[in-house]
Design a protein around this ligand. Structure first.
Ligand SMILES: *Cc1c(COP(=O)(O)O)cnc(C)c1O
Length: 323
């Protein structure tokens, strides 16, 4: 099977569709971070994106491409996290009915937020039922279009717009650190980086417990793992996708891992020094850059902060634990 992988031209087309809908998020710097790492750091703040994560970009881009029949019938997505909110909000902005398949034990606040965007929520039991199958059945029965969280060309192209903006704002960088779950963000980022900053090293960063992406990158074939135990809930994916792996193996320089303890350290750093609320998954990039600082001396380094959605009680508990 040969897949047609999305290209940088698709990222540019996505950027046009997102204009006026997604925020052009700020690129922040921190003297403290620069001093501690001996490098010049540029933080792309997707924790300040609509719905609190970059996922709005990919979801909106995918839904904006629906034809009249798809728009009328609606979209279905399965997710307990940021993709659910991103599809729900995008659908409501575009006047498309949305059905979101969420686990029964998802936080009530997330279910309420998804319903608040006007989506129909279908709950399932994550121990006995298969959400992908439920999604597929809903799609077939009602003619809905399924939008997966990462392995879709339009989702990848949309996610790539964040690094396109970053590089437009900063000019060429020497290295770029991007969080890695299923690889939508990393593959889109790599498309943008290869086009706008060909010399830039692009690194994907995973939680230590869930290093399927690293294993896949190094072995040359997609490796499946059990759902990893990590505080980085946005990166608890079990495997990369066909599209995302195709781009990652071609355009990414390496995949790195960091510990949960290092993520907590960076949550503290972002809160204390930059006054930013960053969810654990959003801390992967900075944690990896810090671990590699000997190789980054004097370099210009981009760090993608992917999201800021974390339950406040959990956030407080994690910060207190790292104190
Ligand atoms: C989804 C998500 C990720 C991982 O993105 P992929 O495209 O699945 O690799 C990272 N951080 C946050 C905050 C997310 O919501």
């Amino acid at each position: 099977m040969t897949l047609t992988l999305p290209t940088y031209a698709d990222v540019c087309a996505a950027a046009e569709r997102l204009e006026g809908h997604a925020h052009r998020t700020p690129v922040l710097s921190s003297r403290t971070a620069d001093r501690e790492l001996g490098a010049q750091l540029f933080f792309k703040c997707e924790n300040l994106q609509r719905v609190g994560a970059f996922k709005f970009r990919g979801a909106f881009n995918a839904l904006a491409r629906f034809d009249a029949r798809q728009r009328a019938a609606g979209v279905v997505a399965y997710s307990s996290g940021n993709h659910a909110q991103a599809v729900a909000l995008s659908a409501s902005l575009l006047g498309i009915p949305a059905t979101i398949v969420m686990p029964q034990d998802a936080p009530a606040s997330k279910v309420a937020a998804t319903r608040g965007y006007g989506a129909t929520v279908v709950l399932y039991d994550r121990y006995t039922e298969d959400r992908e199958q439920i999604g597929r059945e809903l799609a077939q029965r009602h003619g809905l279009t399924l939008i997966p969280p990462y392995d879709h060309p339009d989702v990848i192209a949309g996610q790539g717009t964040a690094v396109k903006e970053l590089l437009e704002d900063t000019g060429p960088l020497d290295a770029l650190f991007v969080c890695l779950g299923g690889g939508g963000l990393l593959s889109g980022s790599a498309l943008a980086a290869r086009a706008l900053a060909p010399g830039c090293k692009v690194y994907g960063v995973e939680p230590e417990a869930g290093n399927d992406g690293q294993q896949s990158f190094r072995s040359g074939a997609i490796v499946h793992i059990d759902t990893p135990q990590t505080i980085a809930d946005g990166a608890q994916t079990q495997h990369l996708g066909q599209y995302t792996f195709g781009i990652i193996r071609r355009d990414v320089d390496d995949v790195l891992t960091v510990s949960d303890a290092a993520l907590v350290e960076e949550m503290r750093f972002f809160a204390a020094r930059m006054k930013l609320v960053v969810e654990p998954t959003g801390c992967l990039g900075l944690a990896a850059a810090r671990a590699m600082k000997d190789q980054l001396q004097g370099k210009r380094v981009g760090v993608l902060i992917s999201g800021g959605n974390v339950d406040m009680a959990r956030y407080a508990a994690l910060l207190a634990k790292g104190a």
